[in-house]
Design a binder for this molecule. Structure first.
Ligand code: UD1
Ligand code: MG
Length: 478
C-alpha cells in the first residue's frame, strides 16, 4: 500500500544531550540501537524505500545499517543512506534526505531516528490520513498529554486549524506553554510540496537551526491544510538524554515481556529479554535472568534466577539453574546446567548432558549424557557420550603459546582432581584414577594411574603429636 512512499528517517544529529562519544541513535534500547526501530517500522509499514539521513558518526551508523538492513549509499536494497554534511537542524537533514529519494516516489513519510517505540501502524496512520484528504499539504501525528515538556507544541488558529509547530525554547507566552498538544514528529507530504517547503526554511529561532517543523507554517501561510492525526503518546517518547534512554528501554522491555507472555512463555518480574531473543512456548524465565543478542530458548526450558545468556542456543526442556552464564554457546535438549556454570564461546553441551556448579567450558563439545558435575575447566575438548568428568578435573589446554585438544572417549571415567595435559586422548571406556596427571594417550578400556604410592605408618601420628606438644611447652618456658 505504501509502495510509492519513501520513509525518510533523520539520524544525523550528534545528540549533544547524551554527552557521549557514541552517536545518539546507536545507543541501545532493549539490545538494539535506537535507529533500528524506526527503520523496522518503516519497512513493516510497507514503505517502498527507506532513506536514513546520516552525518555525525556516519561510519559507525552506516556500518550498523549495512549489517542490520543491507543498507548502502547507492541503495540497491530497500534501505539506503543519505548524507547531511553539517548538522544544521532537522529541516536541513530532511533536505539531505529528500535528495536521496528515488524519482518514482510520490510521497514521503518523515520521522526521527530517536523515537524507538513507534510501530508500523503509527506511521501508516499518518500516510493514510494524507491519502484520505488529497487537498491537504501535510498530515502529521499529534499527541495530547498533561506535561509535554521539551516537545514542539501544536499551535492552532481560532477555527482549530494547525498553523504552526513551536519548539519549547521558542514558546513566548504562558498561554503557549500551557498547550498540551505536541508534535511527536511523524509527517507525510508529497515530494513536490516538501521540496518547496524545505527550500523556504530559514534559521530564525532560538537554536539558529533549520527546523523541519517550519514546513507547517509554510503550508498554513499559503492557505494549505495541515491534518493532525491523533496518535498514541505512550509510543512517541523521543530519546534526547540518558534519562529518556532509560525510560524507553524500560518501556520497550515491558512490551517485549508482554509479547512473550501472550505467546505462552512464563516470565517473572525483573527478567530482561532483549528484542532479538526468541523464546518458545512453555519456557520459564525467572527473575533477574538476562537474555541478550541472538539467544534462542526452546520449549519448556527453564532459565532460572540470575542466568545471563548472550547469543545462546538453549534446547527444549533444558534446565539452566541459577546464576549460570552462557555466551555464544549451544545447550541441547534436556541438558542440565548450573547452578553457577560458565559456558564460554563455542561450547556445545549435548542432549541430557550435565554441567554442574563451578564448571567452566570453552570450545568444548560434550556428547549426549556426558557429565562434568563439579569444579572443572574443560577447554578445547571433546567429551564422548556418557563419559564422566570428576570434580576438579582440568584440561591443561594452553602451553603459553598454543591451544591443544583433549579428547575423552565414549563412556570414559575421569577421576577427581586429574589434569589432562593436551594434546591428549583418553580412549573409549578408559579409566583415569583420581589425582592422575595424564601426559600420554590412554588406550580404550585401560586404566591410567600416575601418583605416588600410599604408605601407612602405624602409630606415627600419636608419636608426632607428643613430640610437637613437648616442643611447644619448652618454647613457653624459655
Ligand atoms: C524534534 C522536533 C520537535 C518534536 C521532537 C519529537 C524539530 C525542530 N523539533 O525535537 O518539534 O517535538 O523532535 O521527538 O524538528 N537530526 C539530524 N540532523 C540535524 C539535527 C537533528 O539528522 O541537523 C536528527 C537527530 O539525529 C534526531 C532527529 O533529527 O534523530 C531529531 O533531532 P533532535 O535534536 O532530537 O530534535 P528534538 O529536539 O527532539
Ligand atoms: Mg529528539
Amino acid at each position: 500500500m505504501l509502495d510509492s512512499t519513501t520513509a525518510v528517517i533523520l539520524a544525523a544529529g550528534q545528540g549533544t544531550r547524551m554527552k557521549s562519544a557514541l552517536p545518539k541513535v546507536l545507543h541501545a534500547v532493549a539490545g538494539r540501537p535506537l535507529v533500528h526501530y524506526p527503520v523496522r517500522a518503516a519497512l513493516e509499514a510497507g514503505c517502498g524505500e527507506v532513506v536514513v539521513v546520516v552525518g555525525h558518526g556516519r561510519e559507525q551508523l552506516e556500518a550498523y545499517l549495512a549489517q542490520a538492513f543491507g543498507a548502502t549509499g547507492a541503495g540497491e536494497g530497500r534501505v539506503k543512506t543519505a548524507l547531511q554534511r553539517e548538522q544544521r537542524g532537522t529541516g536541513d537533514a530532511a533536505r539531505a534526505g529528500l535528495d536521496g529519494v528515488r524519482a518514482s516516489s510520490e510521497r514521503v513519510l518523515l520521522f526521527y531516528g530517536d523515537v524507538p517505540m513507534l510501530e508500523a501502524r503509527d506511521v501508516a496512520a499518518v500516510a493514510k490520513a494524507l491519502d484520505d484528504d488529497p487537498a491537504a499539504a501535510i498530515a502529521m501525528a499529534t499527541c495530547t498529554t498533561d506535561e509535554p515538556f521539551g516537545y514542539g507544541r501544536v499551535i492552532r488558529d481560532g477555527v482549530g486549524q494547525i498553523v504552526e509547530i513551536r519548539e519549547q525554547r521558542d514558546l513566548k507566552t504562558d498561554a503557549e506553554r500551557a498547550i498540551k498538544e505536541w508534535n511527536p514528529g511523524i509527517y507525510a507530504a508529497s515530494v513536490s510540496f516538501l521540496k518547496e517547503a524545505l527550500a523556504s526554511l530559514s534559521p530564525n529561532n532560538a537554536q539558529g537551526e533549520y527546523y523541519l517543523t517550519d514546513i507547517v507554517s509554510f503550508a498554513a501561510k499559503r492557505g494549505q491544510r495541515v491534518i493532525g492525526v491523533p496518535s498514541r503518546p505512550e509510543v512517541m517518547d523521543g530519546v534526547n538524554d540518558r534519562a529518556q534512554l532509560a525510560l524507553s528501554d524500560r518501556a520497550m522491555c515491558e512490551r517485549l515481556l508482554a509479547k512473550h507472555r501472550v505467546a505462552g512463555v512464563t516470565i517473572r518480574d525483573g527478567a530482561r529479554v532483549e528484542d532479538s531473543v526468541t523464546i518458545d512456548k512453555d519456557a520459564i524465565v525467572e527473575s533477574f535472568a538476562v537474555l541478550r543478542g541472538r539467544t534462542r530458548v526452546g520449549a519448556g526450558a527453564i532459565v532460572d534466577v540470575g542466568c545471563v545468556l548472550t547469543n545462546a542456543e538453549i534446547g527444549e526442556g533444558v534446565a539452566l539453574k541459577p546464576y549460570s552464564v552462557v555466551t555464544d554457546a549451544v545447550v541441547r535438549a534436556r541438558a542440565q546446567i548450573g547452578p553457577f556454570s560458565h559456558l564460554r564461546p563455542e561450547s556445545d553441551v549435548g542432549e541430557e548432558a550435565h554441567i554442574g556448579n563451578f564448571v567452566e567450558t570453552k570450545k568444548t563439545k560434550l556428547d549426549r549424557g556426558a557429565k562434568a558435575n563439579h569444579l572443572a575447566y574443560l577447554g578445547d575438548g571433546f567429551v564422548g557420550e556418557g563419559a564422566n568428568v570428576g570434580a576438579g578435573t582440568i584440561f591443561c589446554n594452553y602451553d603459553g603459546f598454543q591451544k591443544h585438544v583433549t579428547r575423552i572417549g565414549k563412556g570414559a571415567f575421569i577421576g577427581s582432581d586429574s589434569q589432562l595435559v593436551a594434546p591428549v586422548t583418553i580412549g573409549d571406556g578408559a579409566y583415569v584414577a583420581t589425582g592422575t596427571t595424564v601426559t600420554k594417550d590412554v588406550p580404550a578400556d585401560a586404566l591410567a594411574i600416575g601418583r605416588a604410592k600410599q604408605e601407612n605408618k602405624e602409630g606415627y601420628a600419636a608419636r608426632l603429636r607428643g613430640r610437637l606438644e613437648a616442643m611447644k611447652e619448652a618454647a613457653k618456658k624459655a
